[in-house]
Design a protein around this ligand. Structure first.
Ligand code: ADP
Ligand code: MG
Ligand code: MG
Length: 254
């Protein structure tokens, strides 16, 4: 089953073309890694998928579970099962992490035609999910992201994803700035969440994350396009040889 199909996608920010004909197909049960040098358009792609209003799609198609994603507002995309970590990096004083999770979770249930979970059942569920990221329950009563350390913000993203159980989870540089213990917890969380019915797209500049999460496909992005695709061994080759050889081989092939 194809979860995400991106064809010849072009997109602008502030009138500058960043995505220049991107193609990608992601099926259920797959983990994809998108790697590439800084400025290649990785974050732009994730924001375009999430429907960030600063980015204008100028051409191409995106289908999510067969639906035209480009017709949906950002909120509808989230409710229909796309999750972008870093979607909610904002600090919201006065809104507890627990309240935020409850609103996001119940809004998804409503979209699925289900009733809201009552406060007690919700509490039970959230505590189970806390185990996945090894977070202290005290963390739930703190204001969203306020004063969270870098590692706590990342673990919180995984907690959000564990609660929302998206069909497509997109993690943009979730590994950056993590120490090795936090990296293991985050990776372990992702591995627990990946299943036969969903798909994960990991965007990362470094190979390190892929020591803990084994992708089915590794894509190299450069200049707003996917230049080459391989298996997990491609990540190791990039680590050893950098990105220049990909460009050179592409230039020879073109
Ligand atoms: P990556 O995540 O691969 O490092 P980005 O998608 O963040 O790359 O950026 C791709 C290019 O788009 C860069 O040249 C960056 O400067 C530019 N860019 C991204 N966002 C904006 C923006 N809001 N305004 C102007 N340029 C932007
Ligand atoms: Mg799998
Ligand atoms: Mg980026």
């Amino acid at each position: 089953e194809v979860i995400l199909s991106v064809r010849n996608l072009t997109a602008d920010v502030d009138g500058i073309q960043i995505l220049k004909g991107l193609n990608l197909e992601v099926k259920a049960g797959e983990v994809h890694a998108i790697m590439g040098p800084n400025g290649s358009g990785k974050s732009t792609f994730s924001k375009v998928l999430a429907g960030h209003p600063d980015y204008t799609v100028t051409g191409g198609e995106i289908h999510f579970q067969g639906k035209n994603l480009l017709e949906l507002e950002a909120e509808e995309r989230a409710r229909s099962g796309i999750f972008l970590a870093f979607q909610y990096p904002i600090e919201i004083p006065g809104v507890s992490n627990l309240d935020f999770l409850r609103v996001a979770y119940n809004s998804k249930r409503k979209h699925q035609g289900l009733e809201e979970l009552d406060a007690f059942d919700f509490d039970d569920l959230v505590r189970q999910k806390l185990d996945i990221v090894k977070m202290d329950p005290a963390f739930l009563s703190r204001s969203l992201n306020e004063g969270f350390s870098g590692g706590e913000k990342k673990r919180n993203e995984i907690l959000q994803m564990a609660m929302l159980e998206p069909t497509l989870g997109i993690l943009d540089e979730t590994d950056s700035g993590l120490d090795i213990d936090a990296l293991k917890i985050v990776s372990n969380g992702v591995n627990q969440l990946a299943n036969a019915d969903n798909a994960i797209v990991l965007i990362t500049h470094y190979q390190r994350l892929l020591d803990y999460i084994t992708p089915d496909y590794v894509h190299v992005m450069e200049g707003g396009r996917i230049l080459t695709t391989g298996g997990k061994e491609l990540a190791l080759e990039l680590e050893a040889r950098g990105y220049d050889w990909v460009r050179e081989e592409e230039a020879v092939a073109a």
